[in-house]
Design a protein around this ligand. Structure first.
Ligand code: S3P
Length: 456
């Protein structure tokens, strides 16, 4: 047994086998669920504040519900008041209690890595595990810095889950240079630093999503960012603050908005607007890349909401896309968007090359392999290197007519369903229930815009 999700919070399940076929244009306005990264952090940081935090627009996907269940198992009071509307009564920094059972974080890398940072500062032992996908993913990247700070781990072979972590109230602050561009690792170290007396710094060579920094400040922590002479950024948190509850309005997820937006680009005569999307520049690399490919996609109504930039994403189909080279330096700002970008590349003329994307091999699936396999099955020529992918676009509708397995990966499932809206023959996706980890309601939203996605 492990901690579970209350049944009234579980989303209506996405069928496991779906078929997408080309039909009419996609038209209309839609709103995708709350941002996954912001939702996890909202629950976690509220659980570390003293008093009641109100959260609106929380993503109620399985990943975020796994975070909620883990925090409840450690003493935080978390209540759902209505759709996306949650209240959290936190225990204070260092105030969580030992869980009485294994913490099962399902498919969610963000849950396990950020919670490891928090647990590092607590004087108890907890056991962490997840589904088959999460148990394959590397945890050494958080185990190394958290061990330097004083936490102790026992992990399965290769630094993987299941793992136990034994934290300490005497964590030592460190200066940590990120060996991989990872917001999860940065956040784990900063969260451990929150529990350490003194200042903990993370040095990052390339900017990764900065929701932890923004939201910790929102809760009253002292977080500074300074540009170093060598071009890196030093992010410093001052430990042992008292976090104050602060209301949070979660903007909608650009990584989810990407699916209807790209679908609109690939289906002629489409015109869709996705409302209230998080437009944080550490997350918008996909949209810049699509514009370079010649797509008709733009942000309108940009404003600041709850400390984050948001806007409406407007996408229209019909323009011919052309292949581009996507530089490695852009990867952190679009790390979750390569699967859906690959589908646009498959329909473009010419070759699209992704450079410096080795990190995609350790996401919910080996995404380079999953994209290459699925596109090849759909009749698209692909060359896969250790850290690169070249996609030779069809210059119009690809053949399709294949069955693609999602490999426990929500974004692989959604990407190939988007492709199926533009291929000559339908695309079937198996394992599509993985979509519920980040985008409950995906099929209904796409159907509302006119997409033909059904049980297949
Ligand atoms: C996330 C960071 C990214 C991203 C993941 C969410 C976060 O992972 O892929 O979906 O919320 O910090 P990495 O930090 O491992 O790149």
């Amino acid at each position: 047994m492990s901690v579970s999700v209350a049944s009234d919070e579980a989303s209506s399940a996405t069928p496991d086998r779906l078929l997408a076929r080309a039909g009419g244009a996609l038209r209309g306005r839609g709103r995708v669920p709350g941002d996954k990264s912001v939702s996890h952090r909202a629950l976690m940081f509220a659980a570390l504040a003293v008093g009641e935090t109100a959260i609106e627009g929380l993503l109620e996907g399985e990943d975020v519900l796994a975070t909620a269940a883990a925090l409840r198992a450690m003493g935080a009071t978390i209540e759902r008041r209505g759709a996306g509307s949650w209240r959290v009564w936190g225990c204070g920094v260092g105030g969580l209690a030992a869980p009485s059972d294994v913490l099962d974080l399902g498919n969610s890398g963000t849950s396990v890595r950020l919670l490891a940072g928090i647990l590092a500062g607590h004087n108890f032992t907890a056991m962490l595990t997840g589904d088959a996908s999460l148990r394959r993913r590397p945890m050494g990247r958080v185990i190394d810095p958290l061990t330097q700070m004083g936490a102790r781990f026992q992990a399965a072979e290769g630094g993987r889950l299941p793992a136990t972590i034994t934290g300490t109230t005497e964590l030592v602050p460190i200066d940590y240079r990120l060996p991989v561009a990872s917001a999860q690792v940065k956040s784990a170290v900063l969260l451990a630093g929150l529990h350490a007396a003194g200042r903990t710094s993370v040095i990052e060579a390339a900017p990764t999503r900065d929701h932890t920094e923004r939201m910790l400040r929102h809760f009253g922590a002292e977080v500074t960012v300074t540009a170093e002479a060598d071009g890196t950024a030093r992010i410093t948190v001052t430990g042992e603050p008292e976090l104050r509850p602060a209301p949070i309005a979660v903007p909608t997820d650009p990584s989810s908005a990407a699916f209807p937006a790209v679908a609109a680009l690939l289906v002629p005569s489409s015109a869709v607007t996705i409302e209230g999307v998080l437009a944080n520049p550490t997350r918008t690399g996909l949209f810049a890349t699509l514009q370079e490919m010649g797509a008709d996609i733009a942000w309108t109504g940009l404003r600041t909401e709850g400390g984050e930039p948001t806007g409406n994403l407007v996408a229209a189909g019909g323009l011919a896309l052309r292949g581009v080279e996507v530089p490695a330096s852009r990867a952190p700002s679009m790390i979750d968007e390569y699967p859906v970008l690959a589908m646009a590349a498959a329909c473009a003329s010419g070759t699209t090359i992704f450079h410096g994307v080795g990190e995609l091999r350790v996401k919910e699936s080996d995404r380079l392999a999953a994209i290459a396999r699925g596109l090849a099955a759909c009749g698209i020529a692909v060359e896969e290197g250790p850290e690169t992918l070249a996609i030779h676009g069809a210059g119009g509708p690809p053949p399709g007519g294949a069955t693609v397995d999602a490999a426990l990966d929500h974004r692989i499932a959604m990407a190939f369903l988007v492709l199926g809206l533009a291929t000559k023959r339908p695309v079937t996706v198996t394992g599509a229930s993985a979509i519920d980890t980040s985008f409950p309601g995906f099929v209904a939203l796409m159907a509302g815009l006119g997409a033909d996605i059904a049980v297949g």
